[in-house]
Design a protein around this ligand. Structure first.
Ligand code: ATP
Ligand code: MG
Length: 246
């Protein structure tokens, strides 16, 4: 199986003079095709983990293998990753042009961007909004547009930082459907942070629990939500789950 991320004892420090230890000694291996949820209290390092996987923040110590070394020795160079955030960053132009610009920035000639941008809008059901200003769309539509813009570039790895946190239940379901559909494309890998344990159960195969920048549990989803197993692996994770549910 292809290894997508292979971390050994990774530390990340942030802030002035890098004094905040945002991640500490994280050892983690993620394979192609996995659907992984990252959970934990506020400030536990979820966003930092995703940003470091996307190489938006530097790693202070430890070993990061970008990808590669499947058992068959597969080396995957130039893997395409997309990262999406709780609040999508959209440009001040039409929905269609947001996607066209994404494709153009990726190197496509402008005239070649129209067709794939339309296909991406259709993929998320936003054709009727193509000419609408992206920033005038609802929160759920903006997030769908952000997914479309990312999907147009055919990412193999999706890194999503609480993509439904600011959405109403209906929009949340729509985005979850997109997450499920995109994650089920052949070889796609999904890593998402969430505060919603129902969403974690619906979408993830595996759960990472962070607290204070440390990875305290890394379990298949059915084992994570088995209290007897979780109690043995990480009493802190169990306390968190009980607190979230209670
Ligand atoms: N730019 C920054 N400069 C300094 N410290 C930071 C910075 N970004 C995050 N931190 C700190 O790093 C730690 C981890 O933050 P992070 O945002 O990764 O947590 P999180 O689990 O995503 O929290 P939340 O649930 O609130 O989104 C926290 O202590 C936070 O204050
Ligand atoms: Mg966060």
């Amino acid at each position: 199986m292809t290894v997508v991320f292979d971390w050994q004892g990774v530390d990340v420090r942030l802030g002035g003079r890098a004094q905040v230890q945002a991640l500490q000694g994280v050892t983690l291996r993620i394979h192609a095709g996995e659907r992984v949820a990252v959970i934990g209290p506020n400030g536990s390092g979820k966003s930092t983990l995703l940003r470091a996987l996307h190489r938006l923040v530097p790693v202070a110590a430890g070993r990061v293998e970008a990808a590669s070394r499947g058992q068959a020795g597969v080396v995957e160079a130039g893997r395409r990753q997309a990262m999406l955030f709780q609040r999508p960053f959209l440009l001040r132009c039409s929905a269609l042009n947001n996607i066209r610009l994404g494709l153009w920035l990726a190197g496509l000639p402008w005239r070649a961007t129209r067709q794939p941008a339309w296909a991406a809008l259709e993929r998320v059901g936003l054709q009727a909004w193509a000419d609408r200003s992206a920033r005038a769309l609802s929160g759920g539509q903006q997030q769908r547009l952000a997914f479309a813009r990312a999907w147009a570039l055919r990412p193999q790895v999706w890194l999503l930082d609480e993509p439904t946190a600011s959405l109403d239940p209906h929009a949340k379901r729509e985005i979850e459907q997109l997450m499920a559909v995109f994650a089920s494309e052949p070889g796609a890998t999904l890593v998402f942070a969430s505060h919603n344990l129902g969403q974690v159960k619906r979408l993830a195969q595996r759960v990472l629990y962070l607290e204070g920048g440390r990875l305290l549990a890394d379990l298949p989803v059915e084992r994570f939500f088995d209290e007897a197993i979780l109690a043995q692996t990480s009493p802190q994770a169990l306390a968190f789950v009980r607190g979230e549910v209670g």
